[in-house]
Ligand binder design. Structure first.
Ligand SMILES: Cc1ncc(COP(=O)(O)O)c(C=O)c1O
Length: 427
């Protein structure tokens, strides 16, 4: 039972303290209970807590839109649509993409290609795009046809390559898939710049994203990057995709956009997308009760101002390097197979055998065992499974608030080391 929180710590009602090593589910970026956010909530509450977007726009929504425009990877990202979370934002990006193609005279383009071992949300449209077999299987009959390609997962390359022999076949898969499906029917490709919850901070090889962009351009396919986990500084840059200098067409955001102070998601689009709809039919056929919500966007704006004021994106990069350096000590443990990540976004893959990279039996729930041990010792992590083939694979995801100190990272790694060591001894 959570009782209170401050900075990187949460206390339960029995008074036990937990270090929030995963920011919940990779959400909390500026730390808990920041007074400036409460001030922003009070100011907006006293001004206007709610108006419906069919009646009014509001200054908070404009301010957050402007801040995101300034942070964007390219000046052409002039428009943002605000929602209540990541799944809603993914669905909104897909609908925008679809309407864009109808407005621009290519009404046959509707398919969205995505990747296995990915996650885009739990509403049926977003879940269909995700590539986590165990999460999808109950609901398969409800899904549209959504072609999936192999992930860019260097530790377990689907094409049996090593970093030395790799010629980015995982990116070329997109071209093959577009050809098989028929380029005239493919509207977009969606992927996470660094895979989060389904595989544990899987970073693609340099060159992957550049190749993906080239293929999308060659076949007139829009690129949607799902930055729900990686965006707003998590990977040490404003947006994870900027690591590779690639400019997408749509950016999906949530989680760190409000640092968990309110449910908030967003879709940023290039001016071209907005203009096509505005000058075409004139209206995006969409809307939710809480889209463009004044209170939520005021909170988002306060979070972004706080991140800028305290240079927290740069801090995420700096503390991320320190975290990776410290996590290297876990390599001494037999069941630690791979340690990876970017900025303050790190994954530890757990294996039965280091040399062969053999995975654990799913029934052992090794990821949960480690997370439970860590929790016992006062550390919150985000365990996951199914990264290898949708069913198998165990990992632990770490995504602490950007405000974490070196001493707190030492504490985090110390507890995690003990937790993995204990599980290893018990297996
Ligand atoms: C990459 C990604 N996209 C979308 C979502 C869905 O976001 P929400 O849970 O806010 O609907 C998540 C949630 O974990 C995510 O990690």
């Amino acid at each position: 039972m959570a009782d209170r929180a401050e900075g990187v710590y949460i206390w339960d009602t029995a008074g036990k303290r937990y270090l929030d090593g995963s920011g919940g589910a990779c959400v909390v970026s500026i730390g808990h209970c920041v007074p400036e956010i409460l001030d922003a909530i009070q100011r907006q509450f006293n001004r206007v807590p709610f108006v419906h977007s069919s009646h009014f726009t509001n200054p908070a929504v404009c301010e957050l839109g402007d801040l995101l425009h300034q942070m964007a990877p390219d000046a052409s990202f002039t428009r943002t649509y605000f929602l209540s979370g990541g799944s809603e934002a993914v669905e909104t990006a897909v609908k925008l993409m679809r309407q864009y193609w109808r407005e621009t005279g290519k009404p046959d383009k509707y398919k969205v290609i995505s990747r296995w071992s990915s996650f885009h949300g739990n509403t049926t449209g977003a879940l269909a795009l995700g590539g986590h077999t165990a999460r999808r299987s109950h609901y398969l009959p409800l899904f549209q046809h959504t072609p999936h390609i192999e992930p860019a997962y260097c530790y377990r390359c689907s094409f049996k390559q090593t970093p030395e022999t790799c010629d980015l076949q995982c990116a070329d898969e997109l071209e093959r898939c577009i050809k098989h499906e028929g380029p005239e029917s493919v509207g977009a490709f969606i992927a996470e710049p660094v895979v989060g919850s389904t595989a544990g901070a899987v970073v693609p090889k340099d060159g992957y994203w550049q190749r993906i962009r080239q293929i999308c351009d060659a076949y007139d396919v829009k690129l949607i990057v799902d930055e729900v986990m990686t965006g707003i500084g998590r990977c040490g840059r404003n947006f994870g995709i900027e690591t590779w200098g690639v400019v997408p067409d749509f950016i999906v955001l949530a989680k760190g956009l409000s640092s968990g102070y309110t449910p908030l998601g967003a879709v940023m689009v290039k001016d071209e997308i907005h203009a096509a709809i505005k000058e075409g039919s004139g209206a995006f056929v969409h809307g939710h009760t809480y889209c463009q919500n004044p209170l939520s966007t005021a909170i988002g704006a306060a979070v972004l101002r706080y991140i800028q004021k305290h240079a927290l994106v740069e801090r995420s990069m700096r503390m991320g390097s320190y975290l990776m350096q410290k996590l290297a000590s876990l390599n001494a443990l037999d069941i630690v197979g791979d340690i990876r990540g970017l900025g303050l976004f790190a994954g530890i893959e757990l294996v039965r055998d280091k040399a062969s990279r053999a995975w654990f039996d799913r029934g052992l729930k090794v990821n949960l065992q480690v997370a439970n041990q860590a929790f016992e010792h006062g550390l919150i992590t985000y365990p996951g499974n199914g990264g290898i083939d949708g069913i198998h694979g165990d990992h632990i995801l770490l995504a602490p608030p950007f405000t974490i100190s070196e001493a707190q990272i030492d504490e985090l790694v110390g507890i995690l080391h003990r937790a993995i060591g204990t599980v290893q001894d018990q297996l």
